[in-house]
Design a protein around this ligand. Sequence first.
Ligand SMILES: Nc1ccn([C@@H]2O[C@H](COP(=O)(O)O)[C@@H](O)[C@H]2O)c(=O)n1
Length: 272
Amino acid sequence: MEQREKDRAAQEQPGEHRTTITFLGTSGAIPEVGGESPTFLINGRYLVDTGWTAVANLRNRGIEPLELEYVFFTHFHHDHYMALPSLLYYWLMRGKPLRELKIVGPAEDLELIVKRAISFLHPERYYGKDDVPTLIPLLPGDGYEEAAFRLETCATVHPVQGLCYRFMDRRSGKTFTFTGDTAYHPPIAEHARGSALLVHESALGPVAADPANNAYMHAGAIDAGRIAEAAGVAKLLLVHALSSRAESCVAAAKDVFRGEVEWPADGQTYVL
Ligand SMILES: Nc1ccn([C@@H]2O[C@H](COP(=O)(O)O)[C@@H](O)[C@H]2O)c(=O)n1
């Protein structure tokens, strides 16, 4: 069954909508061969970061990129947004108005990055200049809501402005939280409290970060486990390193977190 059909099947059980999270990648900043930096799809409609190759990743899994309603950016480091121009290109080539794509992201960089992505596509020559995505810039602490979901954000700790999102699915009543890139930051535990699941980066591997030696401001799996334990979530999903580190990261997080810990496989879908 293609991914889109699986998502629909999960979401269309009689009388109940199920929240789905499908992972497209979990690699580090330079993806391993065949891999992708951390990106995932919520409910088959909301893409979290684009990675390098979102269009191909979605289509390879039978998911139509024209059906995206939102892209939520955690922050604007290249490994998290490089595929934005190709996603916009795909929409333009297929004749879908860009204004129908809503892009949520950190206020500090959102407009600049989207403008540059459009400028890279040379709209003066190929497309109408006025067709641009609908931007929803958020500052840490801001919220956003629409009929299907509610978002609450808090700050991450990284060299650029980043958002940790708490996503509440109004149709299922389920809540989960995802960090993007961040150093160990205890307020994230407060933000995630009561979530069914936490997605947390562990780019530094199966360790706790040394704050005096963490210039790129990332977390280790022990940091992620401590956040999950303090938040009291049921499950922790670790991302953002080579898959060869997955097993040791999961084991390290389990030493400090009593809930379930997994490293998602590319293409894996979690149903809340
Ligand atoms: N020499 C560098 C180092 C980093 N960057 C930017 O950071 C991103 C990777 O950092 P992570 O936080 O994901 O580890 C990379 O994609 C660049 O955006 C850089 O440009 N040059």
